[in-house]
Design a binder for this molecule. Structure first.
Ligand code: C2E
Ligand code: MG
Ligand code: MG
Ligand code: MG
Length: 292
């Protein structure tokens, strides 16, 4: 109900909304502190090459170790951070931390594997992005081919000419460019052609239906075939079952990511996985045993 201040503009401003706005402001303030006080953590989810049956990449995923609420996954605070204009700072923190971890793995003599970093729509619009990435590579000595950036279609579509220019600058650095969350929202096969991508990631929401929904199965097959014709590899996100994995392998999907292969894990666990990279873990054996 209205707050009794009389103005028509307040008629939708219920006490409940008032509280939500206050909670939001509190979360924002807490997130600013989190960035300063080091409450953020980076986890890495392994990505498997479906043909080779081994880890081929890691996706860096930020977590917020909240003093009261515990470990909060990115999905629960990134949208808030984006709305509050905090994702650019947060995104550079993720980039720096990922490069530090890659240097630590290299120093420990572990095999290198490509690391993917998520770039929010606002961070993608930051004019300094290509230079910050270039500096991070130069300072660490990490090969550009070992780093990729994941960008959503929504971010690219905001301003096509400027997106083309930014992607060209990033591409010139020699890093990988991935179209993330494909198959949701405004997905357009035309974007696969327009942008200099080397990987497209099929969204969890689509992967979840490939075994049960004929339409989504057809859509995924089309995406894979179209991407391959354009020289782009395909990863499926959110792979949770063996049946989904089978479908994707039969239909020549290149990579899978999801709880079926491995959950996001800490830097030390990643070191263990990289060390055992050539000793094929049991769930990968299961992947390999399936007939093509
Ligand atoms: P995304 O890039 O599409 O990342 C995949 C999300 O799916 C992650 O959620 C991951 O934990 C989750 N996931 C992995 N396997 C499965 C599965 O088998 N089933 C299901 N249902 N989900 C699975 P998370 O970590 O909560 O991240 C959510 C989103 O937040 C990411 O979506 C990404 O867009 C964003 N994000 C994460 N880290 C960063 C970051 O450092 N910077 C920016 N700008 N965005 C980030
Ligand atoms: Mg991603
Ligand atoms: Mg995604
Ligand atoms: Mg997603």
């Amino acid at each position: 109900h209205a707050l009794g201040l009389g103005g028509n503009q307040l008629q939708f401003f219920t006490p409940e909304m008032n509280q939500r706005t206050a909670e939001r402001a509190q979360m924002e303030a807490a997130l600013r502190i989190a960035l300063i006080e080091g409450q953020l953590q980076l986890q890495y989810q392994p990505v498997a090459d479906l043909q080779q049956g081994a880890i081929c990449a890691l996706e860096a995923l930020v977590r917020w170790q909240h003093p009261v609420m515990g470990l909060i996954p990115a999905g629960r605070f990134i949208p808030l951070a984006e709305a509050a204009g905090l994702t650019t700072a947060l995104g550079y923190w993720s980039l720096r931390r990922a490069v530090e971890d890659m240097v630590a793995w290299r120093t420990a003599g572990l095999p290198t594997v490509r690391v993917a970093i998520n770039i929010s729509p606002k961070q993608f619009r930051d004019a300094a992005l290509p230079q910050v990435v270039a500096d991070a590579l130069a300072q660490s000595g990490i090969a550009p081919s070992q780093l990729s950036l994941e960008i959503t279609e929504a971010a690219l579509m905001q301003d096509l000419p400027s997106s083309d220019a930014t992607l060209a600058q990033l591409k010139a650095l020699g890093i990988g460019l991935t179209l993330d969350d494909f198959g949701t929202g405004y997905s357009s096969l035309n974007h696969l052609k327009r942008f200099p991508l080397d990987l497209v990631k099929i969204d969890c929401g689509l992967t979840g239906n490939i075994v049960t929904g004929a339409d989504d199965a057809a859509l995924v097959k089309t995406i894979i075939s179209m991407a391959h014709h354009l020289g782009i590899e395909v990863a499926a996100e959110g792979v949770e079952t063996e049946a989904q994995c089978d479908f994707l392998r039969r239909n020549m999907c290149d990579q899978i990511q999801g709880y079926f292969f491995g959950k996001p894990c800490d830097r030390d666990e990643v070191a263990g996985m990289l060390a055992a990279r050539h000793a094929v873990p049991p769930h990968l054996l299961r992947i390999q045993k399936q007939p093509r």
